[in-house]
Design a protein around this ligand. Structure first.
Ligand SMILES: NC(=O)c1ccc[n+]([C@@H]2O[C@H](COP(=O)([O-])OP(=O)(O)OC[C@H]3O[C@@H](n4cnc5c(N)ncnc54)[C@H](OP(=O)(O)O)[C@@H]3O)[C@@H](O)[C@H]2O)c1
Length: 250
């Protein structure tokens, strides 16, 4: 029997940045489990990636709402007895809300903290025992909003990931497991903005970069592939900005 492939779990792997990460990791020789709430979206992404890569069974789809502790076990079940080489916590997004009442404020903040913090914390905690020792990798997808504000509870939620990443890096360092944050700037070709994006908003974000263009999912996937790859073993507890120069040096 040949050597088993490395295994990665990518949350939000059915769309946008996560799908690009999943595709890239398959090219790098990983088997990938993609997780999201919409099974049909995951299934079609998995089928497309396997077909493009010419490798049947390279991607497994697991439908789960990662804010719900009761649903995270489905991912653990899909991993089974295998070691997990990389957990890419990419699920998340900006959720709108109301400030008309304190109850509305609480709902708005809970929604953004749930989607961006709890999804990562619950998935990572559930997979901790399965992480490969030595050599495992954890990556958290943050946002430029964590570094320069601009999106209220979403900015705060993403910033929370940074502090948690530093603690997790310290906790897992002795096992030679690295933990890093990738912080994207504006990335087009995702579901992130839904119908919120306008031509003016797009132009403003492009103008804020030093390179004069919007990011694409593959720009972010390249950073994730580096961090989970074999050459990044001495990089841990870091925040890597991939933002076209919109925010400098932090
Ligand atoms: N696009 C940008 O400009 C940008 C910039 C900075 C940071 N980011 C961050 O990059 C990450 C990827 O976003 P994207 O731009 O690729 O947007 P996207 O296409 O909307 O991807 C977000 C993914 O997360 C999944 N997801 C959301 N909530 C979930 C939950 N509770 N449980 C499981 N899966 C969940 C979604 O799938 P389901 O809906 O099927 O669950 C979706 O596949 C996000 O964390 C986002 O905040 C994006």
């Amino acid at each position: 029997m040949g050597e088993q492939r490395r295994l990665a779990v990518v949350s939000g792997g059915g769309t946008g940045i996560g799908a690009s990460v999943a595709r890239g990791l398959v090219d790098d020789g990983f088997d990938v489990i993609v997780v999201g709430r919409r099974g049909d979206v995951l299934d079609s992404a998995a089928r497309r990636i396997c077909a493009e890569a010419g490798r049947d069974g390279a991607v497994t789809a697991v439908a789960a709402d990662l804010t719900d502790p009761g649903q995270v076990g489905a991912v653990v079940d899909a991993v089974g007895e295998r070691a997990v080489d990389a957990v890419v916590n990419n699920a998340g997004g900006y959720l709108g809300g109301s400030t008309d009442s304190l109850a509305g404020v609480a709902d708005w903040w809970r929604a953004n903290l749930g989607a961006n913090v709890l999804t990562a914390v619950l998935l990572t905690e559930a997979l901790l025992p399965a992480l490969r020792r030595p050599g495992g990798r954890v990556v958290l997808l943050s946002s430029i909003a964590a570094q320069r504000g601009g999106a209220g509870p979403y900015s705060a939620a993403k910033a929370a990931l940074h502090g948690w990443a530093y603690d997790l890096a310290a906790q897992l360092g002795p096992d030679q497991i690295t933990v890093n944050v990738v912080s994207p700037g504006y990335v087009a070709e995702t579901e992130f903005f839904g119908d919120r994006m306008t031509p003016e908003g797009h132009a403003r974000r492009v103008a804020a970069t030093l390179v004069g263009r919007a990011g694409v999912p593959d720009d972010i996937a390249a950073a994730v592939r580096y961090l989970v790859g074999p050459s990044a073993g001495y990089v841990t507890g870091q925040v890597l900005g991939v933002n076209g120069g919109s925010v400098l040096g932090r």
